[in-house]
Design a protein around this ligand. Structure first.
Ligand SMILES: [Ca+2]
Length: 321
């Protein structure tokens, strides 16, 4: 029996590659894809997700979720991914239509039918997930596990010095998810998706050498992101944060160091969206000297290290033929 996945995404180019990986992975069945406002508007995100589903010759339903964060105003990232989010490749409009059902009801039904069997992978701001928790908090706890691309574990951010984009975009939503008390939430922080995790020029050429539509798509749709990444962040190679998180979800061998910690999200101020990891469990001494760290619980499985070769092999497996 295949592992059941539900994917929440603000589909721009790296999301699209992550979707492709799940759709093509040998032992995964994708039950549905929900779109959230983030990198893209939900309208453009839906188009990009449906195009990707069609590219993989699948018929997975695509649902449109929240078109704005819970509290903060919308801040898209089309300057990073290009106006269409897909490197301005002028891909044709998908024929697959959106599904008009409310993804919250659909996901709840899936969970009721398959308790403790569904993996939720989140590739965007956590607005949709927070809305689900607000309506069905008990049902949320019956997900098998949640893998989040977001945050940065006590390290530099990308949208601000303190914060990674997905968490910064809707910190109130992230706060709800991080406090949900689900026992298996993994955080794949942005710091894991840089440096060695980036595809080098040679690795991009390797992908093209596969001569498949999926491999061409993987590199082509990220061209704008590649330029942005190099010009803005000064990172060599192509960073693919959402596919790294998907690789962590799909292939247990990708994660080489993980431990459980209390993680708190900063809601306001210059550190908005920062994910503070209690790395040394200093908040666990009771009563604690600081009210913010009193009665803390270990709530997040923090991924500290990945095997970059293994993540890339996981990608290649899904685009090679
Ligand atoms: Ca994303």
């Amino acid at each position: 029996m295949k592992n059941k996945y539900f994917i929440d995404t603000d589909t721009a180019s790296d999301d699209a590659v992550a979707l492709l990986m799940a759709l093509e992975w040998h032992d995964v069945e994708v039950l549905g894809i929900s779109i959230v406002s983030g990198n893209m508007s939900v309208e453009q995100g839906s188009i990009n997700a449906r195009y990707t589903v069609e590219l993989c010759k699948k018929e997975v339903p695509v649902y449109v979720g929240a078109d704005a964060p819970l509290v903060k105003k919308r801040e898209h990232a089309d300057w990073f991914h290009g106006p269409d989010g897909m490197g301005n490749m002028n891909y044709p409009a998908p024929k697959l239509q959106e599904t008009n059902e409310d993804f919250i009801e659909v996901l709840n039904n899936h969970i009721n039918q398959h308790p403790n069997e569904i993996t939720l992978v989140t590739l965007g701001p956590l607005t949709n997930v927070a809305n689900f928790i607000k309506k069905y908090p008990d049902s949320f706890l019956k997900l098998k596990n949640i893998v989040i691309m977001g945050g940065a574990s006590n390290t530099v951010g990308n949208v601000t010095p303190a914060a990674e984009y997905n968490i910064w975009c809707d910190p109130e939503a992230a706060d709800i998810v991080f406090k949900s008390k689900h026992h298996d939430i993994a955080m794949v922080g942005w710091e894991l998706c840089r440096g060695e995790a980036n595809l080098t020029e040679e690795e991009m050429e390797l992908a093209y050498s596969f001569k498949t539509e999926k491999a061409d798509f993987t590199i082509d749709c990220n061209k704008h992101a590649l330029d942005s990444s190099q010009n803005w962040l000064g990172d060599p190679g192509l960073g693919l944060p959402d596919p790294v998180a998907m690789a962590v979800a799909l292939n247990p061998a990708v994660t080489t160091k993980v431990s459980r910690h209390n993680v708190q999200v900063v809601i306001e101020g210059p550190a908005r969206g920062m994910t503070i990891v209690d790395q040394l469990h200093v908040g666990e001494s009771e009563p604690h000297i600081d009210e913010h760290w009193s009665h803390t619980e270990r709530n997040i499985n923090v991924i500290w290290e990945i095997d970059s070769n293994e993540w890339k092999e996981t990608l290649y497996k899904t685009i090679r033929d």
